[in-house]
Design a protein. Structure first.
Length: 159
């Protein structure tokens, strides 16, 4: 298989899997958590609770849906351009994985915004009273954290 085709195949298949997982967990959160008490996984640490987030991360910019649509489209286009520019994804595997995670997270939350006009959040980490979040948020957060670490520590060593 051509390297370019393989790159896009892996990107699409991975993204579909991650988006499906995100949407499936949001479906179950809506079905089993909405209108119910939180489901405690670890007492005073981790619980599942249903929240409708009409804002961005941490609930900021409530009800600014058009802004979120526009920003998401810009991010998705930028990711597609960056993906296109990766000639040898095996030598750029970290960037490739970061792009998959950010793309999947953006699409996962974008689907919610288009479908519901809000994002379904359901994971609550109690010890630090962190805002409720979902798998798409985890994808984006992990990608951004590891991208910063990679850029400042490992990528610097190459130069």
């Amino acid at each position: 298989m051509n390297k370019s085709i393989l790159k896009y195949f892996i990107f699409v298949v991975s993204s579909i899997f991650l988006i499906a997982l995100d949407q499936l967990t949001k479906y179950f959160a809506t079905k089993y958590l909405q209108h119910n008490k939180p489901f405690v996984i670890i007492d005073n640490v981790l619980e599942l609770t249903y929240v409708e987030n009409r804002g961005a991360a941490f609930g900021i910019l409530q009800n600014k849906q058009l802004l979120f649509y526009a920003l998401t489209i810009v991010v998705l286009v930028a990711i597609c351009v960056l993906l296109y520019k990766i000639d040898d994804f095996k030598n750029n595997i970290f960037y490739f994985v970061f792009l998959i995670l950010i793309f999947s997270g953006a699409i996962g939350n974008f689907i919610d915004r288009l479908k519901n006009k809000y994002v379904v959040d359901f994971i609550y980490f109690k010890p630090i009273d962190f805002p409720v979040f979902n798998l798409a948020d985890i994808y984006i957060t992990i990608a951004c954290i590891f991208m910063v670490i990679y850029l400042f520590i490992f990528d610097r060593e190459k130069k």
